[in-house]
Design a protein around this ligand. Structure first.
Ligand SMILES: Nc1ncnc2c1ncn2[C@@H]1O[C@H](COP(=O)(O)OP(=O)(O)O)[C@@H](O)[C@H]1O
Ligand SMILES: [Mg+2]
Length: 367
């Protein structure tokens, strides 16, 4: 590996903008009731907000009204403090990246042409000459984990589903928008690829700090990715809006209990990363270091993977532990099945003591 070719971080990083939906309604012609009925929702700059809810409840309609791919019937959309409800829709969409299932790539365009689409449309007037577009395309392919030299000339059909999805994310980020909208982006890939893409999205978000609004029907995905989750019912009625911890530990209505489903305890494993779990165990004085280095037979997970994934890979591999790696694949430690189980049976207050990524509140503290 040539060690001198370090990738510069994206040169022009715009961070997230807040989004405020004020009484936004969509009444489709010929429908008895509005698909989205006066939704009020404030999405903070730099957060990942996940919309979940049953099929047909208005998730996609809500999302597409943010960039006005669907025009609201009434209400206001405020982006970064600016009313964009009647702003030129093309100009608005340049400030908002959009990712759909399977990437939504154009099959007759190469990977590079797909990624460079928006900068090319913006053109020289906005400073996008051929050279800058090519450089930006390579930078983004690196960011999403695709070697530009290998992939820039390929066509979508020559990529796996996961790779197509990565290109879709790169394309959405091309003009460095402050906001990303993602509609069931990882719905079409297998579970292992999905976990990998989720981890990559979290890594990218750590670097870029965009405002991300994501739709999913996978509640575990919502818990893993969301800083906050909005649970929607018919007409995009917000049944509950809160952090994953709040929703798992204090569901607002029977509807939420049903939606979260059985096994809420098991789902709490999705709240804690294996890296945080190791750090928590070290703080407890439970050592995880093993002198001879990790057993090569053990499965390996990155530190940001969840305890839920750890349990999954241990069961799949028939091994009682996973090796946890950090930056540049350096081994951080070994997490045992026993340790994962101890996390599951700890009271919620003790779990909150671990430095969990979602900033769980500390326990009430018994009297
Ligand atoms: N173009 C359309 N014309 C008429 N009705 C629509 C249209 N798009 C969606 N709907 C209806 O609006 C409701 C919400 O749809 P949608 O936002 O796609 O839901 P979700 O993404 O939550 O599954 C559904 O009842 C759907 O049938
Ligand atoms: Mg939908």
């Amino acid at each position: 590996m040539p060690e001198t070719t370090t990738t510069a971080p994206p040169s022009t990083t715009t961070t997230g903008a807040s989004i405020h939906l004020q009484g936004v309604t969509k009444q489709y012609p010929g429908q008895a009731r509005p698909a989205v009925d006066a939704i009020d929702l404030r999405i903070e700059a730099g957060e990942i907000l996940v919309l979940v809810g049953p099929s047909g409840c208005g998730k996609t309609t809500t999302l597409k009204m943010i960039n006005r791919l669907i025009e609201p019937t009434s209400g206001r959309i405020v982006l970064d403090g600016e009313d964009v409800t009647t702003q030129d829709a093309d100009a608005l969409r340049r400030r908002i990246g959009y990712v759909i299932q399977a990437g939504g790539l154009f099959p007759h365009l190469t990977v590079a042409a797909n990624v460079g689409l928006v900068p090319k449309m913006l053109g020289r007037d906005h400073g996008w000459d051929k050279q800058r577009i090519a450089a930006r395309t390579d930078e983004l392919l690196e960011l999403v984990g695709l070697d530009p030299a290998v992939y820039r000339g390929r066509y979508p059909r020559e990529l796996s589903g996961g790779q197509q999805q990565r290109v879709g994310v790169a394309r959405a980020l091309a003009a460095d928008p402050p906001v990303l909208l993602m509609d069931e982006p990882f719905g079409a890939v297998d579970p292992i690829t999905r976990h990998r893409l989720q981890n990559e999205l979290l890594a990218i978000q750590e670097e870029l700090g965009k405002t991300i609004v994501m739709v999913t029907h996978d509640f575990d995905e919502a818990v893993k990715l969301g800083d906050r989750i909005a649970i929607l019912d018919t007409g995009a009625r917000i049944v509950q809006l809160g952090t994953p911890e709040e929703i798992l530990t204090a569901p607002a209505e029977d509807f939420v209990v049903d939606f979260v489903g059985k096994g809420a305890a098991l789902k709490t494993l999705t709240l804690v990363s294996v890296g945080d779990a190791l750090a928590g165990l070290a703080a407890d004085g439970t050592t995880t270091a093993d002198g001879d280095g990790p057993d090569p037979a053990l499965p390996v997970l990155p530190a940001r993977a969840t305890l839920h994934e750890a349990l999954d890979v241990m069961l799949a591999a028939g091994q009682p532990a996973v090796v946890v790696t950090g930056p540049r694949d350096a081994v951080v430690g070994t997490l045992t099945l026993e340790a994962v189980m101890s996390f599951l049976t700890r009271p919620a207050a003790a779990r909150a003591d671990a430095p969990a990524g979602h900033g769980a509140p500390a326990g009430d503290g018994a009297p």
